[in-house]
Design a protein around this ligand. Structure first.
Ligand code: NAD
Ligand code: TYD
Length: 358
C-alpha cells in the first residue's frame, strides 16, 4: 500500500463519494473510514466496497481522543481526509451542541493524534498530510457582488459556520505552531448522489416526486454556488497529492443560482421525466414560501482562481448537466431514497453495530 488514508465521515454524503473515488482510482491506498454513524451516516452509501486489505471501517466517534490516538498508531496513518462533521445549518440553529462537539472537539482530537504520531522521532513513513475539509460558509454572507477568496476575513454567522471556522483556525494553528502538514479546502454547496434529503436539492427532489409542498425560505432569492460532489472530491484528491502544507484552497463551480431557480429547475426536469402531477398540474405549483431561516446568509460565491492556477483544477460538470444526472441517479436509486426517508437505513446499522455511540 502506498498510502494509508484515514477518511473521517466516510459514510456521509461527500465522504462516501470520496471513498468511492479513491477506492476506484487509487487501488494501492489503504482506506480506513472512521464514522460514528449519526443520522447522516449510512453504510449503504458504500455498498459494494468490501472490508479487506485496502478498506477498513471503524465505528467510532472522532471526539474520542484516545481511540483516535490508538487508531493513528495502529494503522500508521500518513494521510487524513477529514470530512466528519455535523453539517446542516437548520439543525445547528435548533441544537448547536453536537456541532461544537464534533466540529471543534472532534477536529482537535484528530489534530492531536496526528501530532503525536507524525512528530515523534519514530515516524519514518511517507511525508504526511492532514486535509481538513471545510466550507465557504466560514466567510459569512456576500452582497450582490464580489467573491470569497482565500484571504477574505472569516465572518461566520450560524452555529454551523462558526463551528467550522473554529476548526479551520485550530487546523491552521497546528500548522503554524507545530508545523503539522495541514491543508484546508473551503468549498461551496455540493449536490449529487447520496445526499441526505434534509438539504435543499434532495429534499426538493423527493417532495416534488411525491407531489408534496416544496418549502422555500424567505423570498427564495438567496444565492448558493453549486458544485457537483465529484468535482469537489477530485479537487480534494488533487490538494492531497499536490497541494502545499499550510495552504487553503477555495473550491467552487461558478454556478451561482437563486434557490427559487434551483427548485423550479428540479420541478421542470421531473415534469419532463415523470409527466405532470394528477390534474395536469406542473410541479412548480407545489412551491410554498415559508418563514425565513434565522440569520439566513444571502449569497455565497467562490473565487477558485488559486486552485485553478496552482493545481490546474477545473470543475467538469455544469449545473445543468449535473442536476439532470443527479435526478437520474435519485430516480434510479429509489430503494436508497426510500430507506433514508422512512428511516429504515438506521435499522440496518443498529443490527450490525449495536447501540449508537455515546
Ligand atoms: P454529512 O452530514 O452528509 O456526513 C457527515 C458524516 O460524518 C456522517 O457519516 C456522520 O455519521 C459522520 N459523523 C458525524 N459526527 C461524527 C463524529 N463525532 N465522529 C465520527 N463521524 C461523525 O456531511 P457532508 O455533507 O458529507 O459534509 C462533509 C464535510 O464537508 C463536512 O465537514 C462539511 O462541513 C463539509 N462541506 C459540506 C458541503 C455540502 O454542501 N454538503 C460543502 C462544503 C463543505
Ligand atoms: P441547504 O441545502 O440547507 O444548504 P446551506 O444552508 O448549507 O447553504 O440550503 C441551501 C439553500 O436553500 C439555503 O439558502 C436555504 C434554502 N432552503 C430552502 O429554501 N428550503 C429548504 O427546505 C432547505 C432545506 C433549504
Amino acid at each position: 500500500m502506498t498510502r494509508t488514508i484515514l477518511v473521517t465521515g466516510g459514510c456521509g454524503f461527500i465522504g462516501a463519494n470520496f471513498v468511492r473515488l479513491i477506492h476506484a482510482e487509487r487501488p494501492d491506498w489503504r482506506i480506513v473510514n472512521v464514522d460514528k454513524l449519526t443520522y447522516a451516516g449510512n453504510p449503504h452509501n458504500l455498498d459494494g466496497i468490501e472490508e479487506g486489505h485496502n478498506y477498513r471501517f471503524v465505528h467510532d466517534d472522532i471526539c474520542h481522543g484516545e481511540a483516535m490516538w490508538r487508531l493513528f498508531h495502529e494503522e500508521k496513518v500518513d494521510t487524513v481526509a477529514h470530512f466528519a462533521a455535523e453539517s446542516h445549518v437548520d439543525r445547528s440553529i435548533t441544537g448547536p451542541t453536537a456541532f461544537i462537539e464534533t466540529n471543534i472537539v472532534g477536529t482537535f482530537s484528530l489534530l492531536e493524534a496526528a501530532r503525536a504520531l507524525w512528530q515523534g522521532d519514530a515516524w519514518q513513513g511517507n511525508p504526511p498530510c492532514f486535509l481538513h475539509v471545510s466550507t465557504d460558509e466560514v466567510y459569512g454572507s456576500l452582497g450582490d457582488s464580489g467573491y470569497f477568496t482565500e484571504t477574505t476575513a472569516y465572518s461566520p454567522r450560524s452555529p454551523y459556520s462558526a463551528s467550522k471556522a473554529s476548526s479551520d483556525h485550530l487546523a491552521r494553528a497546528y500548522f503554524h505552531t507545530y508545523g503539522l502538514p495541514v491543508r484546508i479546502t473551503n468549498c461551496s454547496n455540493n449536490y449529487g448522489p447520496y445526499q441526505f434529503p434534509e438539504k435543499l436539492i434532495p429534499l426538493t427532489f423527493n417532495n416534488a416526486l411525491h407531489g408534496k409542498p416544496l418549502p422555500v425560505y424567505g423570498d427564495g432569492k438567496n444565492i448558493r454556488d453549486w458544485l457537483h460532489v465529484e468535482d469537489h472530491c477530485r479537487a480534494i484528491l488533487l490538494v492531497i497529492e499536490q497541494g502545499k502544507n499550510g495552504g487553503s484552497y477555495n473550491i467552487g463551480g461558478h454556478n451561482e443560482k437563486e434557490n427559487i431557480e434551483v427548485v423550479t429547475t428540479i420541478c421542470d426536469i421531473l415534469d419532463e421525466k415523470r409527466g405532470l402531477l394528477p390534474g395536469g398540474r406542473p410541479r412548480h405549483e407545489l412551491i410554498t414560501f415559508v418563514k425565513d431561516r434565522l440569520g439566513h446568509d444571502r449569497r455565497y460565491a467562490i473565487d477558485a482562481t488559486k486552485i485553478a492556477g496552482e493545481l490546474g483544477w477545473r470543475p467538469e460538470m455544469t449545473f445543468e448537466k449535473g442536476i439532470a444526472a443527479t435526478i437520474d441517479w435519485y430516480l434510479a436509486n429509489s430503494a436508497w431514497v426510500n430507506a433514508v426517508v422512512d428511516g429504515s437505513y438506521q435499522k440496518y446499522y443498529a443490527e450490525m453495530y449495536g447501540q449508537a455511540l455515546a
